[in-house]
Design a protein around this ligand. Structure first.
Ligand code: COA
Length: 115
């Protein structure tokens, strides 16, 4: 649902494609997945994987109805704490140049742009 808002994303994975490409891969780090719940429903998620040289911010998304309330900042701060606790000093995120909300979210957290 959130990924549909990423500029240039195109059709989202099927469930089987998602599992094959995002879960059943060596880099998948279950402990790096943070979820925001309202009642029993997922309203936000931030997934971070630990790679040998750096940590990678795989996906952060908040459902449209819940945006603008600093949920992504809260989720990514948990991710940063996780990355630091794992001993990594570098967290990398990669965004489409037109994804202003995601770029601004990361700048707000202190990420530095690289092209
Ligand atoms: C990017 C996204 C996760 C932000 O979630 P959010 O919970 O609404 O963001 P927050 O409320 O935590 O905002 C954090 C900061 O990001 C920036 N920001 C967020 N949305 C913004 C927007 N639409 N335009 C400009 N800046 C924005 C602001 O600096 C904001 O801090 P501030 O309000 O104190 O100025 C959300 O828009 C989303 O799910 N987008 C679709 C999925 C996506 O593109 N994910 C990133 C690719 S992995």
């Amino acid at each position: 649902m959130c990924a549909a808002d990423i500029p240039g994303r195109g059709p989202f994975y099927t469930y089987d494609e998602y599992v094959a490409q995002r879960i059943e891969v060596p880099s998948f780090t279950p402990d790096g997945v943070f979820v925001a719940l309202r009642g029993g429903d997922w309203i936000g998620m931030s997934a971070t994987s630990l790679r040998p040289e750096y940590a990678f911010s795989d996906m952060t998304g908040v459902l449209a109805a819940h945006r603008g309330r600093h949920l992504s900042l809260a989720l990514k701060l948990l991710a940063v704490r996780f990355v630091r606790a794992a001993g990594h000093r570098r967290l990398v995120a990669c965004h489409h140049a037109a994804n202003i909300a995601a770029i601004m979210m990361n700048r707000r957290l202190g990420f530095v742009d690289r092209r």
